[in-house]
Design a protein around this ligand. Sequence first.
Ligand code: ARG
Length: 473
Amino acid sequence: MKRRQLWGGRFAEGPAEVLRRFNDSFAFDRELLSVDVEGSVAWAEELGRSGVLRPAEARAIARGLHAVREEWAAGGARAADAAVAAGHEDVHSYVEAALAEKLGPLAGKLHTGRSRNDQVATDVRLYLKGALAELEAGALELAGVLAVRAADEAATPMPGYTHLKRAEPVTFGHWALAYAEMLLRDAGRARDAAERADECPLGSGALSGTPLPVDRARLAASLGFARPTANSLDAVSDRDAAAEYLFAAGLLLVHLSRLAEDLIFFTSDEVRFADLPDRLATGSSRMPHKKNPDVLELVRGHAGRAVGELAGLLALLKGIPLAYDKDLQLDKEPLFRTRATLAAAVPALSALLAGLTLHRERMRAAASDDALLATELADALARRGVPFREAHDVVGRRIAAAEEAKASLAGLGPGDGVTSADLRALDVDQALARRAAVGGTSPRRVRAAARAVLRRIERQRRQRRRTGRRRRP
Ligand code: ARG
């Protein structure tokens, strides 16, 4: 199928090869074909309803568009590559060319009153709706895996760290739920962004609006949008939804990167609190003993790239005058790359989290280290009336003395302001049980928190299903 030039009339000669190589976007924006067809079908139908096209013409165009999409899907990757090699400018001109093959001159009526500017803005919104829904689902899936593990490990002690130094005991469940909280916020962010993105740019024309008597609210509803955009200049050049998607994805990946970093540490040879499942670890071509956390390292690396994608898009947007400028063509690849990254990373990480083997005894032994229980001893002194500052000092001196004597905090026995009743506070399970206030690490709290997280996940999933139904006519 030949390239169909959408704008040749006023030019004395065709586009130079060097222009086409730089200007054409079909090699990547073909990813929008399905949503582009969806938008065009809705436009054709609205042209029919508003009397711009005869009903039979609108129907024929819509049918033709559906056929174009089906053939594209059936053709697979090979046909798509061949279409790109044939040199189409972009996904919009390709679809129109494919439609013209079927309908002849009638295909030329589809673009009445429309511009590629409102068309592509609509495509991007439709695409982002899918991408944001996927992000939300992915974040909820990971939060769910973590909450299930947290319920099982609500009483599994492990060291908690600050500055990566042993600080106070926590439970593995509490650790897992910390990430579940981050992921629930990520899912909420995707939802908020989807609501803001829920406006239809179609009918904004090139920049000033469409001169046709179309009903934009009806058009928006037919595409599953809540409402039409309010200002045509803004609508054709606004890419906030793309930036919000990249931010939500970037922050999700930042959270996952922190999780990955923790797990790289926990599974390291020096720590060994946990082991990766064999089927989710990698080996070395040279060192036969190696079992490497590549999945986790890739998550960490992708987080860095995702941050760059967001920075790149914001930099692209900051200088463009109203309304549409071709810079905006470059908004798409970061979206495609980021969505593909999440689609690969989330299932891998989810399987890894579910399959992680814990070495509970090693974790408990590490969590019972004196270093983690010094706060407990100071609190015990404070409970019987010693001002906490003074208790802190007493325990500090005892730590120095214990180090000197190569003994444990309890091993020194009572004395120097510490009673034998105080020393009974040096117990990891007691320390955990005491943190029973909301948000704390006591096993009972963690069990309840895990249940609460699972309920919140279910509630958000139900909301998704409901809005999904409402929005799709
Ligand atoms: N491929 C273009 C893009 O993605 C479509 C819009 C072209 N509009 C224009 N005025 N050149 O932005």
